[in-house]
Design a binder for this molecule. Structure first.
Ligand SMILES: O=C[C@H](O)[C@H](O)COP(=O)(O)O
Ligand SMILES: C=C(OP(=O)(O)O)C(=O)O
Length: 357
């Protein structure tokens, strides 16, 4: 009888489309090499609690997740963080500012998948360097006094960085994925689920409900070994309205409809609004206007005495306005290589407007 091991490479039915496997250090090894330290851990924990309090309505500040669409140049990201940190301190009585430090990019079809996947942006896919660079950047940003927020795109990568993250997102392209909902159920920080790219908000509400439940699934442990993971469930998840192919959904009617759907699902009637993506048509100039409209809506609600249902805002912002292609020969310092971002001056003005709301 022929066994699998007797098969020649040409006859084998497995790994027909795998070109290679490359080992990488375990999460434990990278975390030991670049330790969070107990001082930073206390800061991360305090920030997570403040974020959760805002999302639950126990703290009436506005949560603002602001920063580049993606990090491609750690020096520019730290430069940005150095400018954001004093603003975050100035507005701390009204805003809880979390820096968007996105290392993993979901693509509509194909494209650069972020600093962890390809830190050189040259197709060399040095994931090991990407993980170290990402982790070390998070530690440096925490040291500047800023909490960090990331999108979690891969089920394994959070093991390398999540201990440093105060808030996380599941994106529009993965919000309906069971793998990502299970992942969120075991993450230690509040997680926002985006509505689907088609504008469907119910899938995000379903994501919040699924993530609150306990799950058992396949994963890897701290030492990189295959494992069965059992999670306790994450009751600190929320919905992010990001618009969709049918148009924006940051207007008062869409917000009211999302809040009604949350109430129907027995979930807290509070949401975050992403001013970018389909709410701005990916236009960074329009993004600032969307933020102004949200500030106006919040001010009107507060003046009327009605409960404020908008507990958070997301902004895509970098040092220079607009975006460039990651394939450009000469990259402009501090400009996005994915979606268009507001430049620094416009971002500072928007933060001041949101603080006044
Ligand atoms: O936020 C970034 C992008 O909108 C998202 O990653 C999809 O990008 P793409 O449509 O350019 O692939
Ligand atoms: C990819 C992102 O957004 P969305 O999932 O809403 O497209 C993002 O925030 O970077």
């Amino acid at each position: 009888m022929t066994t699998i091991s007797d098969l020649t490479a040409a006859e084998s039915t497995s790994d027909r489309r795998i070109k290679s496997f490359r080992s990488i250090p375990s999460p434990d090894a990278i975390r030991t090499e670049l330790p969070l330290t107990s001082r930073r851990a206390l800061t991360v924990q305090r920030d997570r609690e403040e974020v959760a309090d805002i999302l639950a309505g126990r703290d009436d500040r506005l949560l603002v997740v602001v920063g580049p669409c993606s990090v491609h140049d750690p020096i520019a990201a730290i430069d940005y963080a150095r400018r954001l940190a004093p603003l975050a301190a100035d507005h701390a009585d009204r805003l809880k500012i979390v820096m968007r430090v996105y290392f993993e990019k979901p693509r509509t079809t194909v494209g650069w998948k972020g600093l962890i996947n390809d830190p050189g942006m040259d197709g060399s896919f040095d994931v090991e360097r990407g993980l170290r660079t990402a982790r070390s950047l998070l530690l440096d940003i925490i040291d500047l006094g800023l909490p960090v927020g990331c999108e979690f795109l891969e089920p394994t990568s959070p093991q390398y960085i999540a201990d440093a993250v105060a808030w996380g997102a599941i994106g529009a392209r993965t919000t309906e994925s069971q793998v990502h909902r299970q992942l969120a159920s075991g993450l230690s920080m509040p997680i926002g689920f985006k509505n689907g790219t088609d504008g469907n908000v119910q899938v995000a509400i379903d994501g919040v409900k699924a993530a609150a439940a306990q799950h058992v699934f396949f994963g890897v442990d701290d030492f990189g070994h295959g494992a069965v993971v059992e999670t306790a469930g994450n009751d600190e998840c929320h919905v992010i309205l990001r618009g969709g192919t049918t148009g924006p959904n940051h207007d008062p009617e869409s917000v009211a409809s999302a809040v009604a759907a949350l109430a129907k699902a027995g979930l807290p009637e509070r949401i975050m609004i992403d001013c970018s993506h389909a709410n701005s048509g990916k236009d960074h100039i329009r993004q600032a206007e969307v933020a102004e409209e949200i500030a106006t809506a919040i001010r009107a609600t507060r003046t009327s005495g009605a409960p404020v249902t908008i507990s958070g805002v997301m902004l895509e912002s970098f040092l220079e306005p607009g975006a460039q292609s990651p394939d450009d020969d000469q990259l402009t310092y501090g400009q996005s290589v994915t979606d268009k971002c507001m430049g620094w001056e416009a971002s500072a003005a928007v933060l001041a407007t949101l603080a006044r709301s």
